[in-house]
Design a protein around this ligand. Structure first.
Ligand SMILES: Cc1cc2nc3c(=O)[nH]c(=O)nc-3n(C[C@H](O)[C@H](O)[C@H](O)COP(=O)(O)O)c2cc1C
Length: 296
């Protein structure tokens, strides 16, 4: 946003307009013609000629590009340099250039997730922990939203929310969910399905305590999912709690806490050339993980 603003400014001012006077004091047009009718006609002719020439060159370039498939080659070149950057070629191959195989992945899907997560932290510009979570109540109508993954280990994937929200209500009726991570830079997606349990109060408290005070107050101010008269009402409620807890520790609201998604299925999707993508799945069978491949 800031950069774009700068560019626009430069385009209209510093670089875009015709400078009346250069830094060395010389002008764009000789002084004797400056401002006269002759300079206007001359300028108009020069400019028209320039525009006609540019259009002609542009058109010729497009014809040459199409005739010799330069555009396709450029695209292929870009892809190749992307691949290089991603590590399919040359020394220092990274795991995201290699694709996925049944025998190459970890036997443990949590470990495999950990490898990919670390690489997402390295490659994604922002919010590699953004997680899409889908739930459905007893009516079976699915709903979906983004939350932030706060921790994961062999026990599951933890996020925090308001227990009174739509997702909270749906999870109370049907404690199962599907979650999804999309990591665009490495052309990866991870899908997970499983049952959902609440984190214990101690764990939720510990996380709540780690949040900034403003976010703690926000948890009090927002009854997530409830009808709201207007934004002013939300701000007034925030102010009310700010005063109420002034000089005190903000307690964790009863209706707030974590959920842990305990997986029974994983799918690791790796984008490959020509849509020949890899999909390696894990499904919990008894005490072990069954690993198999799906068609892309
Ligand atoms: C990037 C991002 C991260 C979010 N993280 C959370 C989160 O961690 N917890 C949460 O309750 N809502 C989070 N939200 C808001 C939710 O997407 C959603 O609006 C809210 O939880 C209400 O959902 P529900 O009405 O389906 O329960 C996030 C939204 C975005 C866009």
């Amino acid at each position: 946003m800031f950069n774009l603003g700068n560019l626009v400014l430069k385009g209209n001012g510093e670089y875009g307009g015709r400078d009346k006077q250069r830094k060395d004091g010389s002008e764009d047009f000789p002084a004797d013609t400056g401002g006269g009718a002759g300079s206007g006609v001359q300028y108009f002719c020069d400019r028209s000629l320039f525009l006609i020439m540019s259009a002609f060159i542009n058109k010729s370039l497009i014809i040459i590009y199409k005739k010799f498939d330069i555009y396709g080659a450029t695209k292929r070149g870009k892809r190749k340099s992307m691949e290089k950057r991603k590590g399919t070629e040359g020394p220092g191959m990274k795991s995201w250039g290699k694709g996925l195989s049944e025998s190459g992945v970890s036997r443990d899907p949590f470990e495999q997730f950990g490898i990919w997560y670390k690489e997402a932290v390295m490659t994604e510009r922002t919010e590699q922990n953004a997680m899409i979570i889908s739930t459905a109540g007893k009516e079976g109508m699915p709903s979906v939203r983004t939350v932030l993954l706060k921790s994961f280990d062999k026990d599951g994937f933890v996020f925090y929310t308001n227990y009174g929200s739509l997702k909270g209500k749906e999870l109370a009726e049907n404690p199962r969910a599907a979650i999804l991570f999309l990591w665009k830079e490495t052309e990866r997606q991870v899908r997970i399905r499983g049952k959902v349990i609440k984190t214990n109060k101690g764990e939720s408290e510990a996380y709540f305590r780690s949040r900034p005070r403003e976010s703690q107050l926000g948890a009090w101010a927002s009854k997530q999912g409830e009808w709201l008269k207007d934004r002013e009402h939300l701000i007034e409620t925030y102010e009310k709690y700010r005063k109420e807890f002034e000089g005190k520790e903000v307690p964790m609201p009863e209706y707030w806490g974590g959920y842990r998604v305990v997986p029974t299925e994983f799918e690791f999707w790796q984008g490959r050339e020509n849509r020949m993508h890899d999909r390696i799945c894990y499904s919990l069978k008894g005490y072990g993980w069954h690993i198999y491949r799906l068609s892309p």
